[in-house]
Design a protein around this ligand. Sequence first.
Ligand SMILES: *[C@@H]1O[C@H](CO)[C@@H](O)[C@H](O)[C@H]1NC(C)=O
Ligand SMILES: *[C@@H]1O[C@H](CO)[C@@H](O)[C@H](O)[C@H]1NC(C)=O
Ligand SMILES: *[C@@H]1O[C@H](CO)[C@@H](O)[C@H](O)[C@H]1NC(C)=O
Ligand SMILES: *[C@@H]1O[C@H](CO)[C@@H](O)[C@H](O)[C@H]1NC(C)=O
Ligand SMILES: CC(=O)N[C@H]1CO[C@H](CO)[C@@H](O)[C@@H]1O
Ligand SMILES: [Cu+2]
Length: 571
Amino acid sequence: MATGASVWILLFLTTAIYTTISGQNAGGTLPMYVDPLPKIPVVLGYYDFGGVVLPKHLIIGMYQKKWKFHRDLPETTVFVYGTSESSASFPGPVIETIQGVSTYVTWLNYLPDTHILPWDPSILVAETRMGGVPTVAHLHGGIHEAYFDGNPYAWFTQHFRELGPNWSRLTYLYSNDQHPGNLWYHDHALGLTRQNLLAGLLGPYVIRNPAVEDPLMLPSGPEFDRHLVIADRSFYSNGSIYMNATGNNPDVHPQWQPEYFGDAITVNGKAWPYLVVYRSKYRFRILNASNARYLHLQFSNGMDFTVIGSDASYLAAPIITSTIILSPAEIFDVVVDFTTTVITEIELTNDAPYPYPGGTPASLPISKVMKFVVLPGMQIDPSVVPTSLMSYPPAREQDATVTRYISLYEFMHPVTGTPVDILINGKRLEDPVTETPKTGSTEIWHIINLTGDNHPFHSHLAMFQAIQVQQLVKGQTLLTCLQEFNDVAACNVGAHVTGTVVNVPEHERTWKNVVKIEAGTMTTIIMKFNMIVDDAPYPFDATAHPGFVYHCHILDHEDNEMIRPLHLVNQ
Ligand SMILES: *[C@@H]1O[C@H](CO)[C@@H](O)[C@H](O)[C@H]1NC(C)=O
Ligand SMILES: *[C@@H]1O[C@H](CO)[C@@H](O)[C@H](O)[C@H]1NC(C)=O
Ligand SMILES: *[C@@H]1O[C@H](CO)[C@@H](O)[C@H](O)[C@H]1NC(C)=O
Ligand SMILES: *[C@@H]1O[C@H](CO)[C@@H](O)[C@H](O)[C@H]1NC(C)=O
Ligand SMILES: CC(=O)N[C@H]1CO[C@H](CO)[C@@H](O)[C@@H]1O
Ligand SMILES: [Cu+2]
């Protein structure tokens, strides 16, 4: 591999595309495809004594350190996770776990007294008396007790010097009872998720079940089963991460902006990397870890993706598609087959406008993600893509006992006409809880987008499936009514949900934890408050304090305050 790869690197360096990082913020000229795609370090969340698998306790720290995002960019100060300062990485290590085997994690904060990025005291934010960076880790897609969920109010600063009002546990227990799939961990501190993730506090987490997954014969092992963590970032020419310190409505929010878009695309912590691949099938677990950027991915040679899973679940059967739209925080698990390609340098491209879908078209730098360079010679490839993968009980409207309307709308500044805050049902995190589902139940949530943007809807604990997307008519009338009365019944929502029905894409029809809510539509989702594999009740008390949250996963929206409490109650 090493010899073959170096020969090829020499060949394609000559064809590297040179591009200027455009925009007001960044400096320098960064050539694309000069750094190899890093392999993210792996940490096992279990002991394996010759096939006997036992629970493990991990200590994972958050460190400030320097990270090299590109050959030609000076080192960048980042906040990153790792089992030690020297091994801490952007993104953090892949935590590998086994279904049914608990992983305990003590998350430790070694961050300095001040943040590396600007923050905004005018939004609801974790505020410290003694300085420090408030953090709290959340396992996205995880089904576990609320104590270990990384509640926004459960933050803590370095060495637990200060604790948020909902802090309660030094060590988190992830029981990994749920089905195998792709999760990720990231920071969730109150009003600081956009800065803490931008700084680097995120990493992949996998739950495996070899007894169920090995027979599928999918591409496996560290070479052929890989994570691609995509994140857009802007940099100053000295390497520092750039985030605008002036809000779009500074008279209300001195710093907050509605969406962060970086002008460089990084994959596994390198800007526009390349990966040398064998003529073989590869499994890529693609995570969009951007704050706000949607990705519309395709290959430059028109090659297909075979989608096998979305978020933390497999699809029932593989779906072949030539493009994937990835919202922030969304995961697609795909197989890509390089065996028959004639073209040997293949770019992974992105043409999603930002904000999505009505914003600025992707310009040259951000329209490229990474490059694959295919080695010559055939490779023996024992992997297959099976015709059926895994089935879970279906999402059925008739199982639902409660129907809720969840409306998303923003409040505009009277002068600038840009958002001041973006709320769910016109309410804030600190307003009394209104979503109190019964544990074990199924509910229908109709999510109405009355904004111009697509919002990735995410709930903690619950898994859900979109079953219908319908366009709204006279949305402006509904919006005006809701802004005044905040009551879907009084605003006669039914009269507005009469537009065209849009199909949910085949490759998103599984139990997910992020669903894209398109602008001007009502998306109907089935929310399950139990274990989706067998409809069994949660194996723990899901009603315990401090409860869960659901929110938009555009981090800038979540922070101000497109987030609401979700408290389960007993049957
Ligand atoms: C990098 O440059 C920016 C803009 O000039 C400056 O604010 C920042 O302090 C610099 N960072 C370092 C580490 O020098
Ligand atoms: C930062 O945002 C403000 C408000 O939108 C804008 O006026 C300013 O130009 C931005 N600064 C830079 C350097 O882009
Ligand atoms: C990544 O996620 C962000 C927000 O979470 C979204 O705006 C962006 O479009 C996503 N990118 C892709 C490629 O899906
Ligand atoms: C969590 O914090 C909020 C905000 O301070 C507080 O109102 C609530 O009582 C806390 N919940 C628990 C269970 O401590
Ligand atoms: C793109 C789009 O359809 N946006 C709509 C979102 O909803 C608001 C309110 O209904 C409309 O004004 C937008 O046109
Ligand atoms: Cu949003």
